[in-house]
Design a protein around this ligand. Structure first.
Ligand SMILES: C[S@@+](CC[C@H](N)C(=O)[O-])C[C@H]1O[C@@H](n2cnc3c(N)ncnc32)[C@H](O)[C@@H]1O
Length: 250
């Protein structure tokens, strides 16, 4: 029961952080800090701090998500609380990133002033966030955010084992959640150098993270994932791709 309460508390912390992050990245007025407003620092300091924060997030996220690391640290953390603890650590590091981010608001690489065009770009960015949420529900939202595991343990069930799924969007691209993040980060009416640094750092992290994630997925699901990778594009649908055969999981 305690593990379930812990996971629920972590999930609420994560939801609040994500809601703030959407505004932080979109530079919503009224927020104390955003990508382009907040702590003022000389350019060199801003670059060092921002690149350091991006690296910290990438290393924490990549290391803690690996199967080998999970195997090791579930000797310290109960397996039922492992995923929630991963979500807690990732969320805490992202809070630190937002709190300590040094904006680099000049020069502006592009700025779209035409109101309709601005609205379209904001809507596209919002669609990126929708893709992230939809992707998480298609795979298994409650498992991804560490709620299903303690709940199963509380009811005396085995921990749910990872299942390979390819529903809907996952038949078009292998990483719809990451595609959603890329759209949300890059599609903006105002691209400052600081915003571009944030988007480029996360793009690099996603590309490296995909390679690690797929190595783990092949170790878990073997030939089924290899065949899926052959057939389905990474972040963009493959035109003229073969239709899935009957053995494709859903
Ligand atoms: C944050 S989610 C991102 C999923 C996917 N990369 C995406 O962008 O939509 C990462 C977790 O999803 C799992 N995962 C990725 N693809 C999967 C699939 N087709 N079926 C089941 N789990 C998957 C990975 O093992 C990892 O634990």
């Amino acid at each position: 029961m305690l593990a379930t309460l812990y996971a629920v508390a972590v999930y609420l912390f994560f939801l609040a952080t994500m809601a703030f992050a959407v505004g932080f990245i979109a530079n919503l007025p009224g927020l104390p800090v955003t990508l382009d407003r907040g702590l003022v620092a000389p350019l060199a300091e801003a670059l060092v701090v921002d690149v350091g924060l991006l690296l910290l997030f990438a290393v924490q996220h990549s290391v803690m998500a690996r199967r080998g690391f999970k195997h090791w640290w579930t000797r310290l953390v109960p397996p039922r609380a492992e995923r929630a603890t991963f979500v807690l650590a990732s969320t805490a590091v992202f809070v630190l990133l937002m709190a300590q981010w040094r904006p680099i608001a000049e020069p502006v690489l592009w700025s779209v002033q035409q109101p309709v065009a601005r609205g379209v770009l904001l809507a596209m960015s919002g669609a990126g966030w929708v893709l992230v949420v939809v992707g998480s529900w298609l795979i298994d939202h409650f498992e991804m955010f560490g709620l299903r595991q303690p709940w199963a343990a509380w009811r005396g069930h085995d921990l749910p084992s990872a299942r390979f799924r390819t529903p809907l969007l996952y038949r078009q691209v292998r990483h719809p959640i990451y595609l959603g993040f890329l759209i949300a980060f890059w599609v903006t009416p105002d691209l400052t150098v600081g915003h571009a640094l944030f988007a480029a750092g996360n793009t690099a992290y996603i590309l490296v993270g995909v390679a690690f994630e797929e190595r783990d997925l092949i170790a878990q699901f073997g030939e089924r994932y290899r065949a899926y990778r052959e057939r389905v594009g990474m972040l963009w649908p493959r035109l003229g791709a073969r239709r899935p055969d009957k053995s494709t999981p859903t």
